[in-house]
Write a protein that binds this ligand. Structure first.
Ligand SMILES: *[C@@H]1O[C@H](CO)[C@@H](O)[C@H](O)[C@H]1NC(C)=O
Ligand SMILES: *[C@@H]1O[C@H](CO)[C@@H](O)[C@H](O)[C@H]1NC(C)=O
Ligand SMILES: *[C@@H]1O[C@H](CO)[C@@H](O)[C@H](O)[C@H]1NC(C)=O
Ligand SMILES: *[C@@H]1O[C@H](CO)[C@@H](O)[C@H](O)[C@H]1NC(C)=O
Ligand SMILES: *[C@@H]1O[C@H](CO)[C@@H](O)[C@H](O)[C@H]1NC(C)=O
Ligand SMILES: *[C@@H]1O[C@H](CO)[C@@H](O)[C@H](O)[C@H]1NC(C)=O
Ligand SMILES: *[C@@H]1O[C@H](CO)[C@@H](O)[C@H](O)[C@H]1NC(C)=O
Length: 549
């Protein structure tokens, strides 16, 4: 039963019980209900056993009907999706995304959606695995599910379930996801422009055929671990500190944040050991061959004939390097892609990597996962709004890849007479790591309620939704997307927040505007630089500036 508030608002709606049987009755034959049960406000939703990708049980801020539905997608594959249907519904639908190769329902982001009142949906993408395990992809049907089929199919069916449950259609449909979640959002925009009115795509893993192969390439720069050019992870913080030393002031303000890594001419030789040292970590220096490795990491992957393959890792991303370049072999996100998605050779030796692998990936496009159809004008034509963002300290997915996507869309659409600013904006986030967080010596404002962020804030998982203390479209990028979609007011900036302690146990440390690319946030030179109102968004070479606050 839904709340009296809801029934009072829609007296004609038929009460739709939160039970397995009522849902089963409205589903097509290929779909079955795994469970349907009510969860009270402030109670913990216990994640079903087996969701190894998203095992954390969230506390739900509103009472909901929680449902899981399984859908057969081919003779050898099936996907599931979870739905939280709040009693006090905001009349809107929200789909959330996944991360890496993770197969599982993202219950934490669903819980964040419930806090706003969304009927919220997440799909497991058709398999069960952790984020770096791609061995399931030998089954090409599962790969298609992961590529796009599970998300689209779940969205279509979930919308029907929502309509049946509440007795009316959602007024608006939204999407929010980061990393693979960002890719899923862009893929939807490209293939199924009718699915969403507004899409929020963070730190998107959109160029699967190049990102996953570059993941092998970038690891090989630093392998084998026995070689002279290997930089042991213990030295990564030394590189990070030197980047900060050279590049912090360059952006005009000494604040521990490298706001403009592109503008900084980083000189790696400053790190060179002056003599034979017994302990480099202690001495804080690198050898010549290790400096060579730094050059490779800090430069784009370019093949013969100046063929651009993938952008570099930005100076400032060192605190996350351990994940991709700190091990004795490339991350599963690279190796497993080549082994299971592409070649179907579980024993492929990663030292055999060459550009031919990238070319093969471009040809095969496993699972049609890459979101490389830059003509997204159909999404524009149906009135869709797209917000994209990427952290400048991302050590997992190069920041420049999101920028590349934005510019490819621009190149495709401007000549067709379609400008972007009125429906598609892109924000760079200085000092933010992959989707969330900031290095402890940087403390950049990174929280704005993007995908995967709520679960990284607060003490009790699921208890954070939106931006605590700042529940408005200036500080909350999902609310900004809603205002743009529903009221036509475009976000001129988003104010990101950093609490002293991300557990929300103390005060706000800093707030700062993020500006739509290619504008940049500039300190006015007066007032407290930790206060967003002392900043403005300004264009390079342009006198027009938008004051914040
Ligand atoms: C639904 O899928 C999940 C995950 O694959 C599985 O554990 C569960 O048994 C399935 N339930 C039904 C009713 O098919
Ligand atoms: C849930 O907890 C919050 C915070 O403690 C409280 O304000 C709210 O009233 C609670 N809601 C219900 C329905 O108990
Ligand atoms: C992910 O799963 C694979 C396969 O079960 C396992 O080998 C690997 O250690 C796991 N990785 C992490 C980070 O849990
Ligand atoms: C090198 O110095 C670091 C930092 O002082 C220390 O943690 C490490 O154990 C030393 N390594 C060796 C091999 O002595
Ligand atoms: C580079 O360009 C030359 C001349 O067009 C061509 O013969 C060669 O195959 C190209 N190499 C690659 C790797 O594309
Ligand atoms: C693959 O995806 C693109 C969009 O990214 C789409 O245009 C194309 O139709 C898809 N191809 C197939 C075979 O599904
Ligand atoms: C942050 O909050 C947690 C939980 O209250 C506390 O244990 C920790 O000491 C706090 N840290 C700082 C730096 O305030």
């Amino acid at each position: 039963m839904k709340s009296s508030l809801f029934l009072a608002a829609l007296p004609l709606a038929t009460a739709f019980e939160c039970s397995k049987y009522t849902f089963q009755a409205i589903l097509p034959t290929q779909a079955s209900v795994a469970f349907a049960r009510t969860v009270a406000a402030n109670a913990t939703f216990t994640v079903p056993a087996g969701d190894i990708a998203y095992p954390t049980s969230p506390v739900l801020l509103r009472s909901v009907c929680a449902v899981q539905i399984n859908v057969t997608s081919s003779p050898t594959s099936a996907y599931s999706f979870g739905l939280f249907l709040p009693d006090d519904w905001n009349n809107r639908f929200l789909a959330v995304g996944n991360g890496g190769f993770a197969g599982g329902i993202n219950w934490l982001d669903l819980a964040a959606g419930v806090g706003y009142g969304f009927a919220s949906m997440s799909t497991d993408t058709g398999h069960s695995s952790n984020s770096s395990d791609g061995s399931w992809a030998l089954n090409k049907e599962k790969l298609t599910d992961w590529g796009y089929r599970a998300m689209h199919g779940s969205v279509v069916l979930a919308k029907e379930v929502v309509q049946a449950y509440y007795g009316s259609k959602s007024k608006y449909s939204y999407y929010s996801g980061c990393s693979t979640g960002g890719r899923q959002g862009l893929k939807e925009v490209e293939m199924f422009p009718e699915d969403f009115d507004g899409v929020l795509a963070g730190s998107a893993a959109w160029w699967t055929s190049h990102l996953q192969t570059w993941t092998v390439k970038v690891a090989l720069y630093n392998l084998p671990t026995t070689s002279a050019h290997h930089i042991p992870p213990a030295l990564f913080p030394i590189v990070g500190a030197e980047v900060l030393r050279q590049c912090d002031a360059q952006d005009g303000l000494i604040d521990t944040i490298v706001s403009d890594p592109r503008g900084c001419e980083f000189i790696p030789e400053e790190l060179l050991c002056k003599s034979q040292v017994a302990n480099q970590t202690e001495a804080g220096c690198l050898t010549g061959p290790q400096i060579d490795t730094l050059y490779k990491i800090f430069n784009d992957y370019v093949e013969t004939n100046q063929t651009f393959v993938f952008p570099r890792l930005e100076p400032g991303s060192e605190a996350q390097w351990e994940v991709l370049i700190g091990g004795n072999q490339p991350n599963g996100l690279g190796i497993d892609y080549v082994r299971y998605f592409l070649l179907n050779q579980p024993d492929w030796n990663f030292y055999d990597f060459d550009y031919g692998i990238v070319q093969e990936a471009d040809k095969v496009q496993p699972g049609n996962a890459s979101a490389i159809d830059f003509d997204i004008s159909p999404f524009h034509a149906r009135g869709g709004k797209l917000l994209q963002y990427h952290g400048f300290a991302d050590g997992l997915i190069p920041t420049g890849s999101s920028e590349y996507f934005y510019r490819q869309v621009m190149r495709t659409l401007l000549p067709k007479g379609v400008e972007l600013d009125s429906w598609y904006r892109f924000f760079l986030v200085p000092g933010m790591q992959h989707c969330q967080g900031t290095p402890s010596n940087v403390n950049a404002p990174w929280y704005f309620a993007g995908g995967n962020q709520a679960g990284a804030l607060g003490l009790r998982p699921g208890c954070v939704s939106g931006v605590p203390g700042f529940r408005d479209p200036e500080h909350d990028i999902l609310l900004a997307l809603m205002r743009w979609t529903e009221e036509g007011q475009a976000p001129e900036y988003i104010i990101a927040t950093k609490w002293h302690n991300d557990t929300l146990q103390d005060k706000v440390f800093r707030q700062r505007p993020l500006c739509p690319h290619p504008q940049r946030a500039q300190y006015t030179g007066q007032g407290d630089p930790n206060d967003a109102s002392d900043w403005r968004c300004s264009s390079r070479g342009s006198l027009s500036a938008q004051l914040v606050g």
